[in-house]
Design a protein around this ligand. Structure first.
Ligand code: SF4
Ligand code: SF4
Length: 431
C-alpha cells in the first residue's frame, strides 16, 4: 500500500486509489485505520481485493509502476511538442511579466532558423507546434509566422498560438492554419487595462474584438485568465461577462484559469501560493454560481478529478509537467529551453539547435525528474498522484532541481479534491 494514497474528502469519507489497477473507491475511517495498522479483517480484505486493491506486494507494485513510468515517458518523449518563440519582443506591458528584461529585444527569428526547426520537426516525429513569445503576432513577425504556418501544414503538424490579442487580427488570413488560438484576458475592463496594458495604453477593447473575431471565423479559441491576489476577487465579474457574451457555452470557446508564478529574479507582490490560491478559488466557487464556468480549470489539474467527472480511467502522474518529458522551446538565438519560466536565460538553456540538436547535460535535471528519481518522492504515498511537483518553483525555492515541490498537491488534496467530490455528490454523479 506504499503508493496508495488516502485523501480525506468528507466527514467519514476517504478516497482510496490504486495506481496499478487504477481503481478509486470511497472508504470509511475503519478501513483507513485497518490499512494503516496492517491488520485487515478478512471481510474487509476480501472487499478490497474484489475492488482491485491489494493486488500486489509493495515491491511488486513499485517495480510495475516504475516500468510503466519509463515506458510512457519514452513514448511521449518520442513525439515532442515544439514551442517556437519568433521574438521575445512584446507590445504589451503586463505587471507580472517574467520576461520583462527581454520584451524590448528587437530580434526576430530568421527564416533560416525556422527552416532548421522544421528539419528537426521532420526527423523527430513532432506533431505539435505552438507559437509562444514575447508576442508572436506583430507587424515585424508576419513573414516568419507565415513561414511557420506554411511549414506546419506541409509537415502535418497541429499549429496553435499563445497571444495577447493586440495585433492578432492583422494575421486573420492565417487563422485557417491554426487548430487553436489561446488569447489571454485577465479581467473585465479596468482589471485587464491595469494588469495587461499595451505599450500605447488600454488593451481591453482590442483584445475583446480579437476574441470575437476568432470566434466568428470558427477557429477554436481558449481564453486564458491569469489570476493572482490582484485580480482573483474579480473573477466572478469576469464570469458574468463571459456569460453575457455567451462564450461559456460556445462550442469553440474554452476558458482556463491559471495562477501567476514568481519570476526567476524578482519578487512579484501579488503572488498567491498554491494553497492560498486553491482556498480562494474554492471560496469563490461556493459563493458565486457563475464561477462554475472556470471549474474545467481545476478539473484539468489532476487526473483523479477526471475520474469523478468524466468516468475516465485514472492515469497515474509519474512526472509533473511537460517540461519533464516532451516540451522544448526554440528561441531566435538558437537556444533550447525546457520550461516557459526560464526562456531567454542562456544559463537555463538545455541545448542549442541548428539542423541538429546539441543537448547540454542540464537537460537531464528536467527530463529525469519523476516520482522515482526524487529521493523524498520515492517514499511518498502521493508519488504517482503528484509526480514530484513543479521543477521551476522548487528551483526558485531551494536552488535544486532534485528536491520535491509538494505545495501544489497539498493544495489539491486539501481544497480542490474535497470540493469537487462534494460537487459530484450534489449532482448525484459517479462514485
Ligand atoms: S513532491 Fe512532495 S507530495 Fe509530491 S510526490 Fe514528492 S514528496 Fe510527495
Ligand atoms: S516546470 Fe513548472 S513552470 Fe515550468 S512548465 Fe512545468 S509546471 Fe510550468
Amino acid at each position: 500500500m506504499k503508493r496508495t494514497p488516502v485523501i480525506h474528502v468528507g466527514e467519514d469519507e476517504f478516497l482510496l486509489y490504486n495506481p496499478v489497477s487504477k481503481v478509486v473507491d470511497v472508504v470509511d475511517s475503519d478501513v483507513v485505520t485497518a490499512l494503516e495498522s496492517g491488520t485487515l479483517p478478512p471481510d474487509m480484505r476480501e472487499y478490497l481485493e474484489r475492488h482491485g486493491h491489494l493486488t500486489m506486494s509493495d515491491d511488486e507494485a513499485e517495480a510495475w509502476l516504475k516500468e510503466e513510468c519509463y515506458r510512457s515517458h519514452a513514448t511521449l518523449a518520442d513525439s515532442p511538442a515544439y514551442y517556437i518563440i519568433p521574438t521575445y519582443n512584446c507590445n504589451m506591458r503586463c505587471i507580472y511579466c517574467y520576461e520583462k528584461d527581454l520584451r524590448r529585444e528587437p530580434k526576430i527569428m530568421s527564416s533560416r532558423t525556422v527552416e532548421q526547426v522544421f528539419s528537426l520537426v521532420e526527423s523527430r516525429l513532432v506533431d505539435t507546434i505552438i507559437l509562444y513569445g514575447g508576442e508572436p503576432f506583430q507587424k515585424g513577425t508576419k513573414p516568419v509566422i507565415e513561414q511557420i504556418a506554411r511549414l506546419s501544414r506541409e509537415t502535418g503538424c497541429r499549429l496553435s498560438a499563445c497571444t495577447n490579442g493586440l495585433e492578432l487580427l492583422d494575421s486573420e488570413p492565417l487563422f485557417d492554419y491554426f487548430s487553436e488560438i489561446i488569447v489571454t484576458l485577465d479581467g473585465v475592463e479596468p482589471v485587464q487595462n491595469f494588469r495587461r496594458p499595451s505599450v500605447g495604453g488600454p488593451s481591453f477593447s482590442t483584445v475583446i474584438r480579437s476574441i470575437e473575431r476568432v470566434i466568428e471565423t470558427g477557429t477554436p479559441v481558449t481564453i486564458s485568465v491569469n489570476a493572482d491576489a490582484q485580480n482573483v476577487e474579480s473573477l466572478p465579474e469576469l464570469a458574468d461577462f463571459f456569460i453575457e457574451k455567451g462564450w461559456h457555452t460556445h462550442p469553440s470557446v474554452h476558458i482556463a484559469v491559471s495562477h501567476i508564478l514568481q519570476p526567476l529574479d524578482r519578487t512579484y507582490p501579488y503572488m498567491l501560493e498554491p494553497k492560498d490560491a486553491a482556498q480562494k478559488m474554492v471560496e469563490l466557487h461556493q459563493n458565486y454560481p457563475s464561477m462554475e464556468l472556470f471549474q474545467e480549470s481545476f478539473k484539468g489539474l489532476n487526473p483523479l478529478v477526471n475520474v469523478f467527472f468524466k468516468g475516465e480511467e485514472w492515469r497515474p502522474r509519474y512526472w509533473y509537467c511537460r517540461a519533464n518529458c516532451y516540451m522544448l522551446l526554440f528561441d531566435p538565438y538558437n537556444y533550447l529551453y525546457p520550461c516557459y519560466m526560464v526562456v531567454g536565460r542562456p544559463s537555463f538553456a538545455v541545448g542549442r539547435f541548428s539542423d541538429t540538436i546539441e543537448e547540454s547535460p542540464s537537460m537531464a535535471a528536467w527530463r529525469e525528474r519523476t516520482c522515482f528519481t526524487i529521493p523524498q518522492c520515492r517514499e511518498c504515498a502521493l508519488g504517482c498522484f503528484c509526480g514530484g511537483g513543479c521543477a521551476y518553483r522548487q528551483y526558485r525555492r531551494s536552488g535544486s532541481f532534485s528536491d520535491p515541490y509538494c505545495d501544489t498537491v497539498e493544495a489539491l488534496i486539501t481544497y480542490y479534491v474535497p470540493f469537487l467530490y462534494e460537487k459530484v455528490k450534489e449532482r448525484g454523479d459517479r462514485l
